[in-house]
Design a protein. Structure first.
Length: 261
């Protein structure tokens, strides 16, 4: 439960060389939060940036955590484990899913779901400006994910996810691919850390609510179709191999078992 010294919401934003896009994102979040009745903290995790990402975030009033450049998965984990809010919202530095979609995820959490994830699929979802080939690639990748590791989730890769703090800590302390020993990487590293996180959530028995959201394609996206498709496929296969080798400890009782209403 939230205490007087803890915020209700922690917003965690992984960022690598985002000095250009962060100011608008942080301004939009600040403008949204000013009208909300709860307290919140904004955490920007600087993933070893080579520009002024950290300085820009600090100037905007965000809490900045600096880490070595180990990719988005490691940065998200760093922020989630440091967050103090009762609910942790993960979102991308370009705010591709507008912060105004957060109340829909909050409603699912307050109905009893320990995890609510934004989805670019399903009735009510919308994609703005996405090239057709990127959409096709995403659907093929999701088919592979459902075949190899996860069932019942239409969109694992939308970067807009909310988790109860206790559940987030439970899961992020169990991840293996982008855990404490994650390797240093070069360049932008878009990963399938989401697949491992949600795989562990399902194995741990946490209910996941998938919420259709609005999403817009970023013209400055760091996704490299060939390089990142291979990296993501490798991550999915590693999740399955880790599971088959018994590397995931999923036997203890889940921290929070709440029946969604």
């Amino acid at each position: 439960m939230t205490t007087n010294n803890e915020p209700f919401l922690s917003i965690v934003i992984p960022a690598y060389n985002e000095e250009r896009r962060l100011p608008a994102t942080l301004a939009a979040i600040k403008a949204f939060l000013v009208n909300e009745p709860y307290t919140a903290e904004v955490i920007v995790v600087d993933d070893g940036s080579e520009d002024r990402t950290a300085e820009v975030a600090e100037a905007a009033g965000a809490t900045v955590l600096r880490c070595e450049h180990r990719g988005k998965g490691f940065a998200v984990r760093t922020g989630a484990l440091a967050a103090r809010g009762d609910i942790i919202l993960l979102c991308d530095a370009d705010l591709a899913t507008p912060i105004e979609e957060w109340p829909r995820l909050r409603a699912a959490i307050e109905r009893g779901y320990p995890i609510a994830i934004g989805s670019r699929e399903g009735i009510g979802a919308s994609r703005e400006g996405e090239p057709w080939y990127r959409h096709v690639m995403g659907r093929v990748f999701n088919w592979i994910i459902r075949l190899v590791a996860l069932r019942g989730i239409n969109d694992t890769q939308c970067g807009f996810k909310a988790l109860r703090r206790a559940v987030a800590r439970d899961l992020f302390q169990r991840v293996r691919i982008y855990g404490d020993d994650a390797p240093i990487v070069r360049g932008a590293a878009v990963t399938a850390y989401d697949v491992e996180l949600l795989f562990l959530a399902q194995r741990r028995g946490y209910a996941i609510c998938e919420i259709p959201v609005k999403w817009r394609y970023g013209t400055e996206t760091k996704v490299n179709p060939l390089r990142d498709s291979w990296r993501n496929l490798r991550d999915v296969l590693r999740v399955r191999i880790n599971d088959l080798c018994g590397k995931y400890d999923v036997t203890s009782t889940p921290i929070e078992e709440v029946a969604p209403r």
